[in-house]
Design a binder for this molecule. Structure first.
Ligand SMILES: Nc1ncnc2c1ncn2[C@@H]1O[C@H](COP(=O)(O)OP(=O)(O)OP(=O)(O)O)[C@@H](O)[C@H]1O
Ligand SMILES: [Mg+2]
Length: 234
């Protein structure tokens, strides 16, 4: 059975997809066999990895057809991917809360990382029921932190554990940002990764190049930060 991590926040644009890809590549650099699953119907991760319009996608898990193997695509980042489909936002044939977990049980990976959409959809609840460990990325603004608190509260109903709160797009010396970190620390203590990932234009460059930051700007400080954060998960 693989170890299953997921990145969640009910608020959008907080760095879930960026962190999912960066950590997946870092795990792979550390010699782990990694599978990424894109459970966001918008498919940003799938797009970045050049697998848009794949015929076999994560939707197959919820379509009532049992054809698991063809869903897995190899990528240029040396991690495998189950791509998203826009159909993931439609009606899914969900038998029960264990459905995704059972579908993943037959895969042999060291780590499976699930990227999610914002909100508290039925699909996200299924992901919550499936993962062993939750990572909550958040920008340091009130709405993103509110989203982090919402998902933390929701996650308490499930078996998995919150493993880290990851501040993203951190602007050094922002008074508001410092207050938000204090608030997070009050609530989550040592789970808050400090100082988090700084805001950097390198992410936009990497996205344009259709690559992860870790392969696009291998030697950058920020790539190193994602490696360090991931190291603590080994
Ligand atoms: N540390 C960072 N510095 C600057 N830009 C960043 C950083 N991390 C992510 N970004 C950019 O911010 C945007 C949102 O990040 P990302 O897509 O990872 O968030 P998300 O939570 O997955 O968003 P969505 O709600 O769209 O799924 C992207 O354009 C991404 O390239
Ligand atoms: Mg995303």
């Amino acid at each position: 059975m693989s170890r299953i991590l997921t990145l969640l926040n009910t608020t959008g644009g907080v760095g879930r997809t960026t962190s999912a890809l960066s950590m997946a590549v870092a795990f792979s650099e550390y010699g782990k066999k990694v599978l990424l699953i894109d459970c966001d119907p918008q498919g940003a991760l799938t797009f970045t990895l050049g697998k848009e319009n794949s015929r076999r996608t994560a939707y197959d898990i919820f379509s009532g057809r049992e054809r698991a193997l063809g869903m897995i695509h190899q990528t240029a980042e040396r991690v495998d991917l189950i791509p998203a489909s826009p159909k993931l936002s439609g009606d899914l044939k969900i038998k029960d809360d264990r459905m995704l977990f059972d579908a993943l049980a037959k895969f042999e990976y060291d780590i499976i990382i699930i990227d999610t959409a914002s909100g508290l959809s039925r699909l996200n609840q299924l992901v919550l029921a499936t993962a062993d460990e939750f990572i909550i990325p958040t920008r340091l603004d009130l709405l993103s932190v509110r989203g982090a608190l919402q998902i933390a509260k929701e996650s308490a109903r499930y078996r998995g554990k919150i493993r880290a709160i990851l501040p993203t797009m951190v602007e050094a010396r922002s008074k508001h940002g410092i207050e938000m970190v204090e608030l997070l620390r009050e609530k989550f203590g040592a789970l808050v990764i400090e100082p988090g990932i700084p805001k950097s234009p390198l992410f936009a460059d990497a996205a344009l190049a259709g690559a992860s930051l870790l392969s696009h700007k291998k030697a950058s400080d920020i790539a190193g930060m994602y490696r360090e954060i991931t190291y603590d998960f080994l």
